[in-house]
Ligand binder design. Structure first.
Ligand SMILES: *Cc1c(COP(=O)(O)O)cnc(C)c1O
Length: 441
C-alpha cells in the first residue's frame, strides 16, 4: 500500500513499469542503479554544525562511558573502530578475477564490527540517542551542567532520577543491543521489541543486562509499530524510533570525523583526482545515510556513497528509485523481505533515508545472500577478521561498481567497505557462517 497526497491507495506496479530496474528487482536479480539525481542541489535538513554538536556530546559523555564500560577505558571512553587496509583480501581478489575486475586502487575495511559495547555500527546511533536523552533528563530533572564531568551520571543521585524513566526500541537485533545496553547503564528501565529474525543470543545478552525483551513473530516494521504504540501509552517512556530519528542519524554521522583523521594517518588524499568510494549495507537506511551525510559534508563531490541491499529486501533502493521513499515497502513489489543478513531485513525504508540520500547517493547495488557468506569466509581466510553476514554486503557493491563504472576503478581510487557488525557473535554462529561460506567459495 502507498500513501499519495494523504490518500491510501493500492499500489499499481504498472506505475513504475517504465523504470528499467523494476523488473529485475521484481525478479530478485542483482542490480546496480546509478542515481540520476546524484549531486543535484538540495536543501538538506542538517549541516556540519549538527555533526559537531553530536561530536561534542560524545566528548562530554566520554568520562561516563569510560567509567561504566571498562572496555573503553584505554580509549578514554571514545567509541571508534579501526580503518584497516586489507591487502591480502585484495590480492586474492585480483589473483582470482580477470584483469578487468581487478581492484586497482586501495581497499580498506572500516571495522565497525569491532566497535565497543555492541560490536556493530549501532553503537554509533543507538548509544548516541540514549546519551542525548540522559543528558536532557539529567539537566531538566537534576542539576547537571555542560561543564560537569559526566562521570557523575553514574552516581546514585542521578541513577535514582533515571530509574523513573523508561527507554524502548523496536529492533531486528543490533539496535536493540545498543539502545538496551546503553539505557540499562544509566539505570533507565528498558524494553526492546524484537522481530522474528532477532538472534537468541542477542535476546539473552539483553536479558542478562536487565533489559525486558518482547518478541514478535513478525518482521521489523511490525515490531517497531507495536513498540511505538506501547511506548506512546506511557508519558515517562522515551521511544528510539529507527524509522524517523534524527538523533540516530546524527550519531552515525560523527563517523565521518573519524574517517577523515584515519585516512590522513594512512596518507590517503581525497580530492578531485583521488575519489573515495564508500560501500554501506542498508537496512532501514539510517546508518548508511548518516555516515554518507557526514562524509559528504567533509569530502563533498569527491566521496561516492554506494548502498548495498539484499535482492529480497531492496527497500531503500526501491524507495529512491520510485521516489516513494517510506511510502512503499518491498512486499508492494511481490518480494518476501527475507534475508540471512539480519540487520538488513527491513522491508520499509526510514523516513529520513530517502529525502536526504536523493542527491547524496551515488549508486545502489543489490546482492544474493550467498555472496555475503562467500565474502565472510574470504575475509576470515585472508585477514582473520570475523564479521556477521550483513557486514560483507559492501564487497558486493564493490564488485558491481568495478563491473559497471570502469572509469571509477583507477589506481587513485580509495575504496572503503563498511563492515557493520559481528564481533559479539557467539563462536558457534561464527563457525557455522564461515563453514557455509567455504562451501560456496
Ligand atoms: C543495522 C545494521 C545495518 C544497517 O543499518 P540501517 O540503519 O538499518 O540501515 C547494517 N549492518 C548491520 C550489522 C546492522 O546491524
Amino acid at each position: 500500500m502507498i500513501k499519495k497526497w494523504g490518500i491510501i491507495m493500492t499500489l499499481s506496479k504498472e506505475d513504475y513499469k517504465h523504470i528499467p530496474e523494476i523488473s529485475d528487482i521484481e525478479n530478485k536479480k542483482p542490480i546496480f542503479w546509478k542515481n540520476p539525481d546524484y549531486n543535484k542541489k538540495a536543501d538538506l535538513r542538517f549541516d556540519l554544525a549538527d555533526i559537531f554538536d553530536a561530536d561534542a556530546r560524545w566528548q562530554r559523555f566520554a568520562p561516563f562511558i569510560a567509567k561504566v564500560f571498562p572496555e573503553t577505558k584505554n580509549d578514554k571512553g571514545v567509541i571508534e573502530s579501526p580503518l584497516i587496509k586489507i591487502n591480502e583480501f585484495q590480492n586474492q581478489w585480483n589473483e582470482e578475477l580477470s584483469d578487468s575486475m581487478h581492484i586497482k586502487g586501495s581497499l580498506f575495511l572500516k571495522a565497525d564490527n569491532l566497535l565497543p559495547i555492541t560490536g556493530s555500527i549501532k553503537s554509533r546511533g543507538g548509544i548516541y540517542e540514549v546519551l542525548k536523552f540522559a543528558e536532557h533528563i539529567a539537566m531538566t530533572k537534576g542539576d547537571l551542567t555542560y561543564r560537569d564531568n559526566y562521570a557523575v551520571l553514574a552516581e546514585e543521585k542521578f541513577m535514582n532520577i533515571f530509574a523513573k524513566y523508561k527507554v524502548a526500541v523496536g529492533s531486528t537485533g543490533n539496535l536493540g543491543l545498543s539502545v538496551g545496553i546503553a539505557a540499562a547503564s544509566f539505570g533507565f528501565r528498558t524494553t526492546v521489541y524484537m522481530s522474528h529474525d532477532a538472534k537468541d543470543w542477542k535476546k539473552d545478552k539483553l536479558r542478562s543486562n536487565g533489559v525486558e525483551v518482547i518478541e514478535y513473530d513478525s518482521d521489523f516494521s511490525h515490531a517497531i509499530t507495536e513498540g511505538r504504540k506501547c511506548a506512546q501509552a506511557d508519558a515517562n517512556t522515551y521511544f528510539v524510533d529507527d524509522e524517523s530519528s534524527s538523533d540516530l542519524f546524527l550519531g552515525y554521522s560523527v563517523a565521518a570525523l573519524g574517517i577523515q583523521k584515519q585516512l590522513k594517518d594512512h596518507n590517503i588524499v581525497v580530492d578531485d583526482k583521488h575519489p573515495l568510494v564508500v560501500y554501506l549495507p542498508a537496512g532501514v537506511g539510517g546508518s548508511p545515510s548518516g555516515v554518507s551525510f557526514g562524509l559528504k559534508q567533509l569530502f563533498g563531490e569527491n566521496v561516492y556513497p554506494v548502498f548495498c541491499e539484499p535482492t529480497h529486501v531492496p527497500s531503500v533502493t526501491l524507495g529512491l528509485i520510485t521516489g516513494q521513499n517510506s511510502n512503499i515497502c518491498v512486499e508492494d513489489f511481490g518480494l518476501d523481505g527475507l534475508t540471512a543478513a539480519d540487520g538488513l531485513a527491513v522491508s520499509r525504508p526510514s523516513k529520513i533515508a530517502g529525502p536526504i540520500m536523493r542527491t547524496l547517493l551515488f549508486a545502489s547495488a543489490t546482492f544474493e545472500d550467498k555472496d555475503v557468506y562467500r565474502y565472510l569466509a574470504r575475509l576470515e581466510d585472508t585477514e582473520h577478521i570475523s564479521v556477521e553476514p550483513s557486514a560483507t554486503a559492501g564487497f558486493c557493491g564493490l564488485k558491481a561498481l568495478i563491473a559497471k563504472e570502469v572509469a571509477m576503478n583507477t589506481p587513485k581510487t580509495t575504496h572503503i567497505v563498511w563492515a557493520t557488525g559481528g564481533s559479539l557473535m557467539p563462536d558457534n554462529e561464527k563457525i557455522h557462517n564461515y563453514q557455509y561460506g567455504k562451501t560456496l567459495n
